[in-house]
Design a binder for this molecule. Structure first.
Ligand code: SF4
Length: 386
């Protein structure tokens, strides 16, 4: 009998179609891992709900679109278990049991939570500042009639005073309490993540560096459970996802929220539009201006899709013997050809979306077998198997 394979759990929130940043990052990694490990890939719809609970209309389609991309990228239902988190109710049961093992202060130390709150507070401050500025402007306008230059100076001074008074009044309220920003689900989401991982008794979790604190909490929960009730869970180890980042068409990180993505299997027409309007070196206006390829996303795309010519392209760009329009056309041709098999697979799967749900049904069944087994063990160890 062969050696038992180690288990890996990974997943994504369903956000609809994925982009080439995902393809060269997480998905490429998953496709490789599935031949070495028992792999479970989770459509983390409950996690998505923690922040998009008011926007659920497209969730089903988002799940289908994401799974289509997984399959196009080589995730195989024969090799891996593809399941939907909310279909496996045991995740929720283990989440509740784990929630007794974690203190509130431990959850409040979660860096993702802190970032989220800081982001919301900055947004509130910005909105507030804009509103106050408008109020101050209006009051000043009412006090003075427009026109005379002499009055402009006074207007400016009065606006300054009104603004500072208003800021004084509102500043007491700038620190929004956590309770108003964060819902119970979001606060507890690292505990749900721990349940997702440990319910499969996963040994390995492929994650980005920024997710290490979450995995640390999972490891703490596993240790605490094993200490209190007896050995059930392996302590999962991280495998760091270390891939080169693919820049977005505007040069920033590729992200749906920046509207700068190139989708997996992007349609030829849309792809051309995106590439031809992409950001390039702003200092290179004419063909013979020397360029800076390292800061140009088009050059990064050449390095990925046209590697064999990238040294020559770099040199020509720097020397000012290459124009951006031609450079974009060339990379467009390469990406377009690269996308063809992904496009074909996507078209094929889009025609029969019910197939996605058949794959998920099969995956759910396998996931349920494993989770039922774990939960029986958990209840038995906790002596709550009455
Ligand atoms: S020539 Fe190519 S690499 Fe150089 S700035 Fe233009 S698009 Fe970018």
């Amino acid at each position: 009998m062969g050696k038992e394979r180690k288990v890996i759990l990974s997943g994504n929130r369903p956000t609809g179609r994925l982009h080439i940043g995902h393809l060269f990052g997480v998905l490429g990694n998953w496709a490789q891992l599935q031949s070495e490990y028992d792999t479970y890939f989770e459509v983390a719809d409950w996690h998505a709900l923690t922040t998009r609970y008011q926007d659920t209309a497209s969730m089903k389609k988002d799940i289908e679109d994401m799974v289509i991309d997984w399959l196009s990228a080589g995730i195989s239902p024969e090799k891996s278990v593809i399941f939907v988190q909310s279909h496996i109710k045991e995740h929720a049961e283990l989440h509740i049991l784990f929630s007794m093992l974690v203190s509130l202060s431990r959850l409040l130390r979660n860096p993702t939570l802190k970032e989220y709150v800081a982001e919301k507070q900055t947004l509130k401050l910005k909105t507030e500042k804009k509103t106050l500025n408008k109020i101050a402007e209006n009051i000043t306008q009412k006090v003075f009639s427009e026109g005379e230059k002499r009055e402009e100076v006074l207007k400016g001074k009065i606006k300054e005073h009104v603004l500072s008074e208003l800021q004084g009044i509102f500043s007491q309220d700038t620190e929004i309490p956590y309770g108003e920003i964060v819902n119970y689900g979001f606060l507890g989401y690292p505990v749900l993540q721990a349940a997702d991982i440990l319910i499969y008794r996963a040994h390995v979790v492929p994650i980005g560096k920024d997710q290490l604190p979450h995995l640390e909490l999972t490891r703490e929960i596993a240790r605490r459970f094993n200490f209190l009730y007896g050995e059930v869970f392996p302590i999962p180890e991280p495998v760091l996802n270390e891939f080169a980042k693919v820049p977005g068409t505007d040069g920033r990180k590729m992200s749906k929220s920046y509207n700068n993505t190139i989708l997996i299997g992007e349609d030829t027409k849309d792809l051309k539009k995106k590439i031809m309007s992409a950001y390039t070196d702003p200092k290179k206006i004419k063909k013979n201006d020397p360029g800076h390829p390292d800061t140009c996303p088009i050059f990064h795309y050449h390095m990925i899709f046209n590697k064999e010519n990238s040294d020559m392209i770099k040199e020509e760009c720097i020397k000012g013997i290459r124009g951006c329009v031609q450079c974009k056309k060339e990379v467009f041709e390469k990406i377009d050809a690269f996308m063809e098999p992904y496009r074909e697979k996507r078209y094929e799967l889009e025609e029969k979306r019910e197939l996605i749900w058949d794959i998920i049904k099969e995956g759910d069944k396998k996931a349920r077998e494993k989770t039922k087994e774990t939960m029986e063990l958990v209840r038995e160890k906790m002596k709550i198997d009455y």
